[in-house]
Design a protein. Structure first.
Length: 236
């Protein structure tokens, strides 16, 4: 302000002096000047963050094993019971009876029916002396209402199972192990059938048309195309 032609300094308030003084302090000195309540809040936030990080690490390390305990594929017994079959020209296709919920869980532990996934055990009996390519073969399924059931790869079937069981947090190595063990049950359609391998078996995994849980399907028909001869095999 001006007084009698002379400029005088404006008096500084207490708040202004405090602000100027605080701005000259280092970060550590400013923390030391915080009131006890503010210090407690800062400390609590750090502790909570540390606990969350440690909990996540412990959770993931605890999930280092397989997500589900899958039985070794070599323990599959021979096909028995009401086996369905059909010849596709050079190969006899045999289909085992549908697994019950208990049998499915005994093999895979995971609840496939809940995920809307039907595991179908299939056996290929080689009848020809000429190597038979399977890569072009097409396996389809239709139910009594003429609805198509989608064929899933083992990995896609696993994705359906994890989603249905609401499993979203897991160790990546655990999923890889589950994929390896579960995938060992899949029917190999990439390798040709030759005289050196007279029989091959495995599972095909089909998804329900509405992606809902499996509920006593009726009128199921397995359709195999793009082999020397197309064939339809009623399953019930």
């Amino acid at each position: 302000m001006e007084c009698g032609g002379e400029r005088t300094a404006t008096p500084l308030g207490i708040a202004d002096l405090s602000e100027r003084f605080t701005s000259t302090l280092t970060a550590s000195e400013q923390r030391e000047r915080l009131p006890p309540v503010a210090l407690l809040q800062t400390s609590s936030k750090k502790q909570i963050s540390a606990v969350l990080v440690m909990s996540a690490a412990l959770f993931l390390s605890g999930c280092a094993g397989a997500l589900f305990k899958v039985k070794p594929a070599i323990e599959l017994p021979p096909l028995a019971g009401n086996v369905k079959s059909g010849s596709a020209g050079g190969v006899l296709i045999r289909v085992a009876p549908l697994l019950s919920d208990e049998e499915s869980q005994d093999l895979f532990e995971a609840n496939l029916p809940l995920a809307g996934v039907l595991p179908l055990r299939v056996e290929l009996d080689y009848e020809s002396g000429v190597p038979l390519e399977l890569k072009r073969a097409r396996f389809r399924m239709r139910d009594g209402a003429s609805r198509e059931w989608k064929l899933l790869s083992p990995k896609d079937a696993i994705s359906r199972v994890l989603k249905a069981n609401e499993i979203f947090a897991y160790n990546p190595s655990s999923r890889k192990q589950f994929e390896k063990e579960f995938g060992s049950y899949g029917l190999d359609l990439k390798t040709p059938l030759t005289p050196s391998e007279r029989r091959r078996q495995g599972f095909l995994f089909f998804q329900t048309p509405d992606k809902q849980a499996l509920a006593s399907p009726h009128g199921l028909v397995l359709i195999i195309e793009r082999l020397p001869q197309a064939v339809e095999i009623p399953l019930d």
